[in-house]
Design a protein around this ligand. Sequence first.
Ligand SMILES: *Cc1c(COP(=O)(O)O)cnc(C)c1O
Length: 348
Amino acid sequence: MRSDLSGIPEYVPGKSEEEIKKTYGLDRVVKLASNENPYGCSPKALEALNRFKKLSAYPPKDSEELRERIADYVGFDADMIFISAGLDGVLECAFKLLVEPGDEVCFALPTFPYYSILSKIYRAREVKVKRNENFKMAGYSDKAKLTIVCSPNNPTGNVEDYNFIREIVESVDGYVFIDEAYAEFTEKNLTKLAENENVIVGRTFSKAFGLANLRLGYAIMHPSLRKAFMKVNSPFPVSSLAVEAGIAALEDVEWMRKVVDAMKRDREWLFGRLRKLVRPHRSEANFLYVETEMDGKSIVQGLEERGVIVRSLHGFEEAKSNAFRVTVGKREENEIFLDALEDLLCSQ
Ligand SMILES: *Cc1c(COP(=O)(O)O)cnc(C)c1O
């Protein structure tokens, strides 16, 4: 094995309901740990999955139809749409194609841990910049081969200013990957920057569309860059099941907009309620970054004992030790979470 990889952490996802039920002998567990869609997915997507029967055939390398649907949805041409196995798959393709050992990869902490894991796997030099008091990126490196901008940022929920990211795009020698996994939850997206030849805007069906289990992601990029990305895509990155469900989900964008509106209303409601107990930060995504007077680990464990799973920020470098991340669930789930949190704080 490569000795330089022996020290890297494995990506640790949020804990599962089953795990917590078993550990604490609970009947009811509410999971608000992985930014999943509490409403599931569009019934049209489920119907498409039920219709699909031909599992013995390999999927096509690329789906023209899905690319055209995505193109209509985001307002770019189909020759600018690249599809892969989740946004994670798109990110890995960016590293495969762009990052040579010793190249700088720049991102601001705290952020999605997979950027750092990929940097280590591809032997990049990580340039970790700070965030200001509003969690916006406080700098960049103009020598970076790849700059990764997460907006809205996971786990802090804030967006970046368009003009600052445009400055980065215009100043750096390399490429800028804008991770917009949560784009549907904000009006302030940076998608227009995909017009630049050195920009990749990554999106996913996992969050707003509620199809996380299908592993379907895409990116918007210049047509010539897309051609290069196709060379490093794995042979059959997405199943036909995912493609058909993705097409059906885009035929029913109204469903997505309806549940996203509900989640945005509940996000503001939850923020207001949390503010009476702890220190939540404003968010443009489907989760909240919450600071408390307690250690984040004790909060996470105390909530798990009470049947609520939130995300520990243990694997998120530079996240505050008193912080945790909670996904906005359905109203009744948010109420169960608030009751558990209140009970935990009172028992201290
Ligand atoms: C959830 C998430 C992803 C992963 O998306 P997939 O399409 O499920 O791979 C990527 N980036 C960020 C910031 C995320 O929160």
